[in-house]
Ligand binder design. Sequence first.
Ligand SMILES: Nc1ncnc2c1ncn2[C@@H]1O[C@H](COP(=O)(O)OP(=O)(O)O)[C@@H](O)[C@H]1O
Ligand SMILES: O=C(O)C1=C[C@@H](OP(=O)(O)O)[C@@H](O)[C@H](O)C1
Ligand SMILES: [Mg+2]
Length: 175
Amino acid sequence: MVRIFLTGYMGAGKTTLGKAFARKLNIPFIDLDWYIEERFHKTVGELFTERGEAGFREIERNMLHEVAEFENVVISTGGGAPCFFDNMEFMNRTGKTVFLNVHPDVLFRRLRIAKQQRPILQGRQDDELMDFIIQALEKRAPFYRQAQYIFDADELEDRRQIETSVQRLQELLKI
Ligand SMILES: Nc1ncnc2c1ncn2[C@@H]1O[C@H](COP(=O)(O)OP(=O)(O)O)[C@@H](O)[C@H]1O
Ligand SMILES: O=C(O)C1=C[C@@H](OP(=O)(O)O)[C@@H](O)[C@H](O)C1
Ligand SMILES: [Mg+2]
């Protein structure tokens, strides 16, 4: 039985790599944010607006526990998931955890064109975005670093790079 949790900051490529990795392993893929959106018939942005971040984190924890019931699955979490409640410890207990480590410059490049669908980044100008990413990474690093595996995910820009990353991830996890 394999249950894999991909963690890391927004824009680290959890969704992109998780989807490709599950396909390679021929097992289902669950993106925790998508799962939440389907269950609640609301976008993550709408849930943030309606319930505030604290309300979203409650839902996120509950849904994390729900998806961790599945066996043989690749689960991509949202960037904040490991940093609330005992979520990181829970994931370490119930599956294999991977931290997708990505350089802040690369995160900035990816996120400046993809911040609209991420409530925490919406409305931030590019010059403050870089500082925001660096500060958030500092705060979150102690949680991310508890993952059992650390994977360098700087290269996910095209199909070939994603394939190479999938191969490397498979070797790292020895599955
Ligand atoms: N080839 C690319 N060039 C630039 N940005 C990309 C490219 N591929 C993906 N991205 C962006 O990088 C972000 C990271 O991908 P994603 O898998 O959504 O990360 P995560 O789930 O960790 O937040 C996405 O928002 C996506 O829009
Ligand atoms: O880092 C965060 O706090 C968040 C990351 C998002 O997921 P991605 O990391 O997949 O963008 C999503 O869960 C929400 O917008 C909050
Ligand atoms: Mg994602």
